[in-house]
Structures are given as structure tokens and as C-alpha cells.
Ligand binder design. Sequence first.
Ligand code: ATP
Ligand code: MG
Length: 389
Amino acid sequence: MKEIILIKNGELALKGLNRRTFEDMMIKNMRRRFEHIGKFTFKASQSTIMVESEDENADFDTAFEAAKKVFGIAGLSRAAATEKDIDKIKEVAKEYLEDELMFAKTFKVNAKRSDKNFPLKSPEICMEVGGFLLENFPHLTVDVHNPDIIVTVEVRDTHVYIHGNQHKGAGGMPVGSAGKAALLISGGIDSPVAGWMMAKRGLRLMGIHFAAPPYTSELAEKKVHELTRKVAAYSGRIKLYIVEFTKIQETIKDECPEELFTIIMRRIMMKTAEKIARREDCEALITGESLGQVASQTMKALACTDRATDMPVFRPCIGMDKGEIVKISREIDSFETSILPYEDCCTVFTPKHPKTRPSVEEVEKAESAVDFTEMIEEAVNSARFILID
Ligand code: ATP
Ligand code: MG
């Protein structure tokens, strides 16, 4: 039986003249994501994208799972394709949806007829197919308001497509439609979630990770690769920069007041990240900060961090509880990796009593004891990157 995936656009539908561009972008993202799964073709018509394959053995299971992670998609279904013949439609509905229909108690048939030449009108298709399914699955009853399964029959230009309940898509906007930003990614729970949230709003992501060898290990870095991979399953490829931060951290520790260590370190992180971000045409920075979560995330501390860069800093987790962030991290499968116990450069040299209400003046003054320009330049120039899919 010929199978296809039917994709329904999400917010795309609202975008008027931009719709085509957004749709093309979504198809381009899907095409890239499907490349290693098999040979698929993509066809857009009437706010639906049809994903087909000439290859009989194409791996639709994997393709369908991958499609669920593509932003811009509101809903998606696996459907069986058949000829425009009512008897064929009935047989295929019975066969293709057998498992689901056996499991359901109630159902209804929903017909969409975009080919107006098809001899039966939508209500007639519903009657015919509904009657046939009742005969073949006598345990079923019809419920038009709240059925367990909606059997949908779509009569389109070349084929008829039959599917059961639609699955929820990842929602949001196609990655790339809103531009590109740099995610400051640590080994923690919050930053992968922050990246996922902004990719969902259409940002293409680049990653920047600060490592402090030998204080941080190779395993800690591998963990960040893995977390980036979890985000990339949704956002598409991420170019991840690894920036060596040891010398800067040691200098802050030696030259600046201990209680301001973290806040100064975060400011230098921002400055360094901004340089790499600009070089890579990113237009914003993204962090996983959440108001009040730790000393460096009070409003005063965030104000100090903000002043270190001219770029907009997106903090999508700012108003979320830890529990809410954890919930998303479980959904996107990054949680188990995030809680692996490797050190992060942020936890190296953490002061016992960090200042929670630093003033910008005080921090800038303390920071000016050292000229970080050259060290930042060196960190930027020696940064290496890897591409993560
Ligand atoms: P996370 O769970 O994301 O690590 P956190 O609650 O541990 O966050 P901090 O360690 O204060 O908070 O870091 C705040 C944010 O700063 C992180 O969400 C991340 O965006 C960025 N950040 C922290 N450490 C690093 C790092 N080593 N490399 C890159 N970015 C970092
Ligand atoms: Mg952290």
C-alpha cells in the first residue's frame, strides 16, 4: 500500500504573502532532515505538504518521527494513498486503519473533497465509508462530537488519502525564518531548553560553549556535544564553538573581588560570545537564565550582564519555574544528559558568597582592574568548532 505523510502548516497559514516563503523554508528544512532517511519528495498544495517516496521500502517510521520535530508544522498524519474509487477507498480504510479501529469504541468519518469532479459529495463519502466500517467493525458506534478516531478521507487531485487521528506537530515557525542567533550552551538543564524555545520561534542556532580545561574534562565537553545534538534534532544543524576560558577565569579569580567573580565572568562570556556571534552573522545571544534561580540571575545581576553586550539577549526561560523547564527538557529528551554529573566552567572557582545585588558601576570598576581585550581576542581566535546534526 502506498503511504505518504500529510503535513498541515501551523502559524504559517497566518502569514499572508509570506506564506510561500515560509512554506519553502519548512520544506527545505524537512528535506535536509530527511536526507539520511531515504529519498522523499515534497509537494505543497492547499496549506498541506505531501511527503512521498518512490522507494517502496522507504522508512516512513523514522521519517514520521523526524517530521514531528520540524518547527512550523501544526499537525501531521500518515496516510494511505489510493485511487479515486469508492470501493477502493472503503477497502483501504478498513485495512489501513484496522488496528486503530479495533482499539476504538467510537468513530466518525470526515471527508474533504478538493477534487470537485469526484462523483460523490463529502456527506455521501462519509455515509458510504461509515456504513462499511460499521459492518466490518460491529463493536464501533458513531459519535460525531467526540469520537475516539476520526477517519479522514481526502479526495485530492491525483489520489485519495485516508488517515486516522492527526498527530500534533512541533508548532512554531520554520527554523531560519526569524534569522540566526548564538546559544550560550552549558552542560545544564536550562540552556538546551532555551535553544529549543528560540528555534521554535524560527531562529537558526549557532552554539557557543565555554570550557575551562584542565578544570573541566573532555567528558564534560562530550556532554555538551550530546546536548547540542538533542537540540539539533529540532533546530537542524548547529555549528558549535568551543571556547577555552581557563586563562580568563584564572585572571578574574586573581585580580577581581571574589564576590564579583561570577558576574564578571558572565560579562566576559557575553563579550566573547558577541564577537563570535557577529563574525557568524548572528543577531542575538540566547541564554538559559531564569529570574532569581541563582545569585547571577537576580535582576541587578542580569542588568550587569546585559550591559556587557550591545546585542539583544534572549532569555526565554526568564519567567519559568525549574519544574516547567525540566518538563520541556524531558520532552525534548535532553534531561537525562543534562543531569550527568560533569563539572561546568561556571562551577569552577564559584565564590562562597557571591554578591546578589551588584551595581553596574561597582562591577565595571572592579572589571577595569584588568584589560581583558587581548584575552578575549585570543579566546575568540583560538575557538574551534564542530558541526552537530
Ligand atoms: P544551565 O542549566 O543552562 O547551565 P544554570 O541554571 O546552571 O543554567 P548558570 O550556570 O548561571 O545557570 O548559567 C546561566 C546561563 O549562562 C546558561 O543557561 C547558559 O546560557 C550560559 N552558560 C553558563 N555556563 C556556560 C558555559 N560553560 N558555556 C556557555 N554558556 C554558558
Ligand atoms: Mg550551568
